[in-house]
Design a binder for this molecule. Structure first.
Ligand code: AHG
Ligand code: MN
Ligand code: MN
Length: 335
């Protein structure tokens, strides 16, 4: 039998490519891998356990928190805190960042930003959800308490980023800035196996993903781009297909495999759109670029935006490079 490489083996082997690596990033990725398995186990039995429904609390954006949001948040934070590589975590589910202050964290180099459960409203209808993570080196001195500035770094300083998609299979996809690799989970063995080496966004595609129910609120550039996608033009394979799951991770994952564009623009009621720069847009933008795709706010590169708040939102255009550039042309012309 020809067994593919496990994620654990891949992480260790890849570490050799970083000549001065101390193994801390590898350890950190392993903590995330273990937490992903625990969350995966709970999501898989969500329909059975008494875990569905609203937890009764709202997160900082005033959205209802599902029980699994709370659970996933807890699992990832505990997994990171249990080891000494990370000095603090910022999560979509917590108003402020969490500083780790145990002695094992006194010299930790890294901070993690996380959307522990993405697309959580899809859990109770048995549709794919995800987790998104982003890793930076801290800017403040190790040994001092972690600062807000450690979390407000532009995406171009990310050391690693990834996501887990809990779909018909569970996959972990990540980058350390040297391409993107995807690993599929075998639950009977409890291991992730390298199934999608060196993932690449097709340069163009035939899928556009946007919540068209909000059409009336969209900027003119987006309205015109949607009409462009719907026009008949066999030479460019139009009209494109419309696909929108409502779980960003799942929509992004499909588009990276098949070619497509995902847009969450600003609307009249949401001046910066809905998606969060630090927990959703930056990590997926890093992955997209590493896979030959593109991510902008309609005008500028996502990874170059200087964040000014933990829960900042930005309009988001991400996907196959030719499709994003076409959408940008409409934005430049019509706004
Ligand atoms: P989260 O569950 O982390 O709050 O994220 C939900 C996000 C994203 O996953 C999805 O693409 C988008 O919200 C869907 O929003 P709409 O329902 O407004 O289309
Ligand atoms: Mn999300
Ligand atoms: Mn979430």
């Amino acid at each position: 039998m020809n067994l593919p490489q496990t994620l654990g083996e891949f992480i260790v082997e890849n570490q050799k490519d970083f000549p001065y690596a101390s193994g801390e990033l590898s350890q950190l990725l392993s903590s995330l891998r273990i937490a992903a398995k625990v969350v995966n186990r709970e999501i898989n039995k969500a329909g059975l356990a008494d875990i569905l429904g609203i937890a009764g609390a709202e997160n900082v954006q005033g959205e209802a928190q599902m029980k699994l949001d709370v659970f996933a948040n807890d699992v990832f934070i505990k997994a990171l805190k249990a080891r000494g590589e990370v000095c603090g975590v910022a999560s979509e589910e917590n108003e402020d960042y969490i500083a780790f202050r145990d002695p094992i964290h006194s010299t930790s180099k890294y901070v993690v930003l996380i959307d522990p459960l993405d697309g959580s409203s899809n859990v109770d209808v048995n549709v794919s959800v995800g987790t998104i993570f982003s890793i930076y080196r801290r800017l403040s001195e190790p040994g001092t308490p972690v600062q807000l500035e450690d979390f407000l770094q532009p995406g171009n300083l990310q050391v690693a980023a990834g996501y887990i998609v809990y779909g018909s299979s569970t996959m972990l996809v990540y980058t350390t800035g040297r391409g993107v690799n995807g690993f599929t989970y075998d639950p009977s063995i409890g291991s992730f196996y390298l199934s999608h080496p060196e993932m690449q966004f097709p340069r163009s595609g035939k899928i556009y993903s946007i919540n068209e129910g909000n059409y009336v609120h969209f900027p003119d550039g987006v309205k015109k781009y949607i009409k462009y996608c719907q026009e008949l033009d066999p030479a460019t394979s139009r009209p494109y297909s419309s696909r929108y799951i409502g779980s960003l991770v799942s929509d992004f994952h499909r588009n990276m495999l098949k070619g497509g564009i995902y847009i969450y623009p600003k609307g009249t009621t949401s001046p910066n759109g809905k998606l969060r720069l630090l927990y959703e847009c930056n990590p997926l933008a890093f992955i997209a670029e590493q896979a030959g795709g593109k991510a902008t706010n309609g005008f500028d590169r996502i990874l170059d935006i200087q964040p000014n708040a933990l829960h900042q939102r930005v309009p988001f255009f991400i996907g196959s490079v030719e499709m994003v550039e076409k959408a940008e042309e409409f934005m430049a012309q019509f706004g």
